[in-house]
Design a binder for this molecule. Structure first.
Ligand SMILES: Cc1ccc(Cc2cc(O)c(O)c(C(=O)NC/C=C/[C@H]3O[C@@H](n4cnc5c(N)ncnc54)[C@H](O)[C@@H]3O)c2)cc1
Ligand SMILES: [Mg+2]
Length: 214
């Protein structure tokens, strides 16, 4: 049967990227998406904004919601200090299988724990199952209608601390109006918008950075 797009993306990584070189994995995926097939990775333009937020924060404990093929997982993990940990949640087994191989090609397995399952099921188990007290940084890039309920769930589970940074992809396209309204009006967040473009296109999109105030 015909291969899937994530399978073709992984093939492009193996063909173009150097094992153990995360930057070459990122470049290979961006090349594939620009010249072969568009895919819903955060991409190079928004990815540079993601890089600057992560580099400035130097987080020890990171959560990513929605792994897909692992592009942003690799982007974030390559910048983390030694000993820092990234947990990424992905409930589609086929995507998770591809992401594991992309992460392995980048040589970042030691920093990343890919959990196959739904955010709503795993967020309540972070403390007892992974010994996580609170997260320093959360990247939201899963189904857009889950951004707000999962943010409230993280609050209720005590996983956010004063200063925790939430960075949300696609706040314009596809858009997350309920989430934006919440983080921009809640007294518990200081929020700002980074204008950019939908990955590999000229359409407007952007990232919303929201600092939890406790
Ligand atoms: C109109 C329109 C359509 C599409 C676009 C283009 C566009 C551009 C983008 O950057 C996008 O991020 C998206 C987008 O839809 N992303 C959804 C991404 C989901 C991934 O996360 C996984 N997942 C989804 N919910 C959960 C969950 N609870 N627990 C665990 N994993 C979950 C899925 O298994 C996928 O691996 C779309 C732009 C405009
Ligand atoms: Mg996205």
């Amino acid at each position: 049967t015909r291969s899937t797009r994530p399978q073709r993306l992984l093939k492009a990584v193996r063909k173009r990227a150097t094992q153990g070189d995360p930057q070459s994995v990122i470049s290979a995926i961006d090349h594939f998406c620009r010249h072969s097939e568009w895919a819903m990775n955060v991409g190079d333009e928004k990815g540079s904004i993601l890089d600057s937020v992560v580099s400035e924060l130097n987080p020890e404990k990171v959560l990513e919601l929605g792994t897909y093929c692992g592009y942003s997982t690799v982007r974030i993990a390559r910048l983390l200090p030694p000993g820092a940990r990234l947990i990424t949640l992905e409930f589609n087994a086929d995507y998770a299988a591809i992401a594991r191989q992309v992460i392995a090609w980048a040589g970042l397995e030691d920093k990343i724990q890919l959990v196959e399952g739904a955010s709503e099921d795993w967020i309540p188990r972070m403390k007892e199952h992974f010994g996580i007290e609170t997260f320093d940084f959360v990247f939201l890039d899963h189904w857009k209608h889950r951004y707000l309920p999962d943010t409230k769930l993280m609050e209720d589970c005590g996983l956010l601390r004063k200063g925790t940074v939430l960075l949300a992809d696609n706040v314009i396209c596809p858009g997350v109006p309920d989430y934006l309204e919440y983080v921009r009006n809640s007294l518990s967040y200081k929020s700002c918008y980074f204008k950019s473009h939908l990955e590999y296109t000229k359409a407007e999109d952007g990232l919303e950075k929201s600092v939890f105030l406790g």
